[in-house]
Design a protein around this ligand. Structure first.
Ligand code: FES
Ligand SMILES: [Fe+2]
Length: 330
């Protein structure tokens, strides 16, 4: 399957301890494990013993090898197997490439050439890593994340007010490998403390500028505010990277890495507190998206027959690139 040729985050690094961990990605069941002392080499194997089909994730790690709990065959991170009862046997388990980066564990098909996704967060501070599961296919999940028309209805805080939605601009540009959307319009009214937290003023313009890539399917959002009188940027900004990982055909995991500019809060010595609040705010908004996606009556990725709006142009552009780049079709 072409999808697994791309790097996918499948687990937070701190979720993988001494015990092997089962994960499902693109309908494949894998087992992840840390060889030896909990710090060394990572292994990612198909979660099925080549002997008689036991789940290797039910096994244990011993001296750098994953031991099957049924007949004790053991496997190295590269899949090389040993059979204690028949030492001459050379079984092998299906192994995947695996790395730990940005606090996540990533896998791809062994030897596939896909580049690791780059993430430029220099000057930013990590405020949170989150994972949510949407009960919807990849395309339909991504749709929600690449248009802002839902923000008045679905979001509590981040986005645009319903009564001024018509003023929101939506500029879409694309290349063969990416789709970029720039939205600008009035920020929704917020509770007073949030203006302080975000270092913005009532009446500010909110910019949501994002680019989606397709190896793997991911979107990086730059969110910031403008002084409407001068057009100047406020000092604060969020950068949120979201990786969309199909679990099954109808479920998508959303891994979000949220960053904020450090500088604005430094002078108050309140960064830790501000990050905590901002993280809670991002989690709450993502949860609203995920809850809504679960309630769609039509979860088919088909766009034909749907009545699309001026904000939906990125959907078709993303569909094409998911097909050609992510799924390697056509
Ligand atoms: S099923 Fe795994 S060792 Fe037999
Ligand atoms: Fe949303």
């Amino acid at each position: 399957m072409a999808e697994l040729d791309h790097w996918h985050p499948v687990l937070f690094a701190d979720e993988l301890g001494k015990k092997p961990a089962p994960v499902r990605v693109c309908d494949r069941e894998l087992v992840l494990f840390r060889a030896s002392d909990g710090k060394a080499t990572l292994g990612a194997l198909a979660d099925v013993c080549p002997h008689r089909g036991m789940r290797l994730s039910e096994g244990r790690v011993e001296g750098g090898r994953l031991v099957c709990p049924y007949h004790g065959w053991s496997f190295a991170p590269d899949g090389e197997g040993k059979c204690p009862a028949t030492p001459a046997a050379r079984p092998s388990a299906d192994a995947f490439d695996v790395v730990e980066r940005y606090g996540l564990v990533w896998i791809k098909r062994r030897g596939a050439q896909a580049a690791f996704p780059t993430l430029d967060v220099s000057g930013y501070h990590l405020i949170g890593k989150t994972r949510q599961r949407a009960e919807a296919p990849l395309e339909v999940t991504l749709d929600n994340f690449i248009e802002v028309e839902h923000t008045p209805e679905v979001h509590a805080l981040l986005g645009y007010p319903r009564e001024r939605m018509a003023e929101v601009t939506c500029e879409v540009t694309s290349t063969e490998t990416s789709v970029r959307v720039y939205n600008e319009g009035p920020q929704k009214a917020l509770p007073r403390p949030l203006y302080t937290l975000l270092q913005i003023e009532p009446g500010d313009s909110f910019v949501d500028d994002w680019t989606t890539w397709f190896s793997p399917v991911s979107t990086v959002y730059d969110q910031y505010w403008l002084d409407p009188a001068t057009g100047e940027r406020r000092p604060n900004a969020l950068r949120i990277a979201i990786f969309f990982v199909p679990v099954t055909a109808g479920q998508t995991d959303i891994f979000a890495l949220s960053y904020a500019l450090a500088a604005p809060w430094d002078r108050y010595g309140l960064n830790a507190f501000a990050y905590l609040l901002t993280r809670a705010f991002v989690v709450m908004e993502l949860r609203r998206d995920v809850t809504l996606l679960g309630k769609l009556a039509d979860k088919s990725p088909e766009l034909r027959g749907k009545t699309l709006s001026r904000f939906d142009k990125p959907l078709g552009l993303a569909r094409k690139r998911i097909e050609t780049i992510y799924r390697s079709r056509g």
